[in-house]
Design a protein around this ligand. Structure first.
Ligand SMILES: Cc1cc2nc3c(=O)[nH]c(=O)nc-3n(C[C@H](O)[C@H](O)[C@H](O)COP(=O)(O)OP(=O)(O)OC[C@H]3O[C@@H](n4cnc5c(N)ncnc54)[C@H](O)[C@@H]3O)c2cc1C
Length: 119
């Protein structure tokens, strides 16, 4: 079974009342060992977004701006995935011993293992 890097095109919809957390939102190359932490932290942010936005109707603020919890949740997943993709590219590009092997050829092509799925 392929272990592609995958993300949804969006992580939540206020209008349609859904959100995706953990592997259902973004999934990583198993070598990166990022799945558990991201699943737990996105669940925490997702729960906070539901609590504040859906039940309390309040916004969480930071020092600079007022930010809706749902946006915090979505931004976290967006940032996490972008950072992960940069790091993955960096580490795979360091490996040059088997340049002629299909496995490594594929991984040296830019983002050839990224899937973006529509919900
Ligand atoms: C072989 C392997 C090794 C890994 N090693 C690491 C590691 O070292 N470090 C790390 O951080 N991450 C690792 N991961 C990734 C990590 O396991 C996942 O990122 C993490 O478990 C995702 O958690 P989740 O809750 O989002 O999804 P899951 O753990 O997949 O939980 C989803 C649950 O929903 C259930 N489910 C699915 N459909 C339905 C349905 N229709 N109704 C009811 N229930 C349903 C499933 O049975 C499952 O129990 C590894 C993954 C694999 C496969």
């Amino acid at each position: 079974m392929p272990a592609n890097s995958t993300r949804l095109s969006q992580f939540a919809s206020y209008e349609n009342q859904w959100m995706a957390i953990g592997d259902s939102a973004i999934s990583f190359d198993p070598l990166s060992s990022q799945g558990m932490l991201t699943a737990l932290y996105s669940a925490k942010l997702g729960a906070e977004a539901i609590f504040f936005q859906y039940f309390n109707g309040k916004e969480i603020t930071n020092k600079e701006n007022r930010i809706l919890p749902l946006e915090v949740f979505q931004q976290y997943l967006e940032n996490t995935f972008n950072k992960y993709m940069r790091e993955k590219e960096f580490f795979y590009n360091k490996e040059r011993r088997w340049n002629n092997e299909v496995f490594w050829k594929r991984r040296h092509e830019n983002q050839s293992y990224l899937n973006i799925a529509d919900d």
